[in-house]
Every structure is written in C-alpha cells, then in structure tokens.
Ligand binder design. Structure first.
Ligand code: APR
Length: 238
C-alpha cells in the first residue's frame, strides 16, 4: 500500500536543543551580529572577510554539534511514511540524523560556490557548488577559474531557488508538520498555504504561533517532546 506523505518544514528551533542558537530569540542578533550584516548580499560586498569569518564560526559550531532527538524522530518517520524535509536551516543535522529526502531552502553551511556564478532564475549555477565539509573559507580561496569563493547560503535579497520544489511537495502532502520556525521569513513562511484543504497541519513550537488557520493544530512544546506527541497523534490519524 502507498505510504502517506508527510512534509516537515523546519526552522532554527529544531536545532535549538542541539545547542545552535535560533535567530529571533536573541532580539534579531545572530551571534551578536545584526543579521543584515552577515546574511545579506549587501553585507557580503561591504565586508567579505567579516562574512567569511562569521560562517567559518558557524561551520565549526555545526561540526561540534550532534543531531538531537527531534532530528532523529523526524528521520524515524520514514519507516512508516513518505517523508520530505524542507528546512530553512543551513546545518546538516537532518542529514546526520538519517533523513533521506531534504530540501534546503536557505543553503548549506558545508557548501561554497564562486561569488560570480549568478543567473536570474536560480541565483546560481548548481554545477559550481562544492562541498567543503567543515573547513574554513577565507579571502583568497578561489574557484578553479579564479573567482573568490562564498558560502552557498541564500542571503536576504537573493532568490530562494528551491521554493517551487518545496511547494510541489507540500501540495502532495497528506500531513504537514512545522517544527521550530517563527514563520516570519517568506517565501518559506507561506509554504503551508500550498497544503490541500484536507491536509492536516501541525506546528511544534514552545511559543504561540501567529497563524490563524482552522487546519492548524499547535503542539505547544519543544521539538524533542513535541515530536513524541506528534508521532502518537499521527499513528491514529494517518
Ligand atoms: N523547540 C522548538 N521550537 C523552538 C525551540 C525548541 N527547543 N526553541 C525555540 N523555538 C522556536 C521559537 O519559538 C521560534 O518560533 O523556534 C522558532 C525560531 O524562529 P527563528 O529564530 O525566527 O528561526 P527561523 O524561523 O528558522 O528563521 C527563518 O530567518 O534569519 C533567517 O535565513 C534565516 O532560516 C532563517 C529564517
């Protein structure tokens, strides 16, 4: 029998219990930097060295971090369901927890690309993206054709190439689970609107969520406990 489809949209909150700070729980600062200084295309052209140092620190932090029980529980859903993880996170904790179908909306901390490989539709040519693992990238680290490398991260002001693919997955979902995102950054925050009228939507977040949609059930808890509660509910529902 065909497995029921669950799309899991995650944000920084799913990695919080692994020790990685969220974005908006620290009044808009990301590790003490204004987000626009280190996560925008203007910030890159203003100070490449600052941005490279910032992501080098994030990359080292991810290397020293482990997936938590929420990442593992999301991966375990694949035993019984057809699961696609759509994450806003740039860490690789879903991969390391064992999830096998992951769409990164905002890029990946272990990948880089030349700063000039830009095209209108995708924002970058995927063939130029390279995986560097956890090593640092500095000024003077160049691509094969001599162009400065930059983090393969979608910065504010840049297109989100995987959003159409993510929306197509949500349209096919029997159930959508949203874990640990403040739903403040578009287009990711609008993905739930692609869910069908009969698709159940669950949100796991310890704080109140800003959405008013009759299909949404809010599991007010942290991700690790919330996932236990979700799995109990979904066993009966799907
Ligand atoms: N378990 C579950 N949720 C949690 C936990 C936890 N332990 N701790 C915090 N949260 C929730 C917060 O209540 C908040 O709703 O996680 C959410 C984190 O929200 P943000 O910090 O805004 O992170 P996110 O929604 O992922 O940001 C989206 O904004 O800065 C950009 O590109 C960046 O991908 C990021 C995007």
């Amino acid at each position: 029998m065909k497995k029921k489809k669950i799309v899991v949209l995650t944000g920084a909150g799913v990695s919080a219990e692994s020790g990685i700070k969220t974005f908006r729980d620290s009044n808009g600062l990301w590790e003490n930097y204004p987000v626009e200084d280190v996560a925008s295309i203007e910030g890159w052209y203003r100070d490449r060295a600052l941005v490279l140092a910032f992501y080098n620190a994030r990359r080292r932090e991810v290397a020293a971090t482990q997936p938590n029980a929420a990442h593992l529980a999301i991966a375990s859903l694949e035993k019984d369901y057809d699961v696609t993880v759509v994450t806003q996170n740039i860490d690789n904790l879903h991969e390391r927890a064992g999830s096998s179908d992951i769409i990164h909306l905002h890029g990946e901390i272990t990948k880089v690309r030349p700063e000039n490989c830009y095209n209108e539709r995708d924002g970058f040519s995927v063939k130029h993206v390279k995986d560097i693992g956890y090593r640092d990238i500095n000024i003077g680290d160049l691509s094969d054709d001599g162009v400065q490398l930059r983090p393969h991260i979608v910065w504010f002001g840049e297109p989100v190439p995987n959003i159409e693919k993510a929306a197509e997955e949500v349209e096919k979902a029997d159930c959508m689970l949203i874990v640990g995102t403040s739903m403040q950054v578009y287009p990711a925050a609008g993905l739930y609107l692609y869910a069908g009228s009969s698709t159940s939507i669950y949100i796991i977040d310890p704080k109140d969520v800003p959405l008013r949609d009759s299909r949404i059930c809010h599991i007010k808890d942290v991700a690790t406990h919330g996932m236990e509660r979700f799995i109990e509910i979904i066993k009966k529902e799907l």
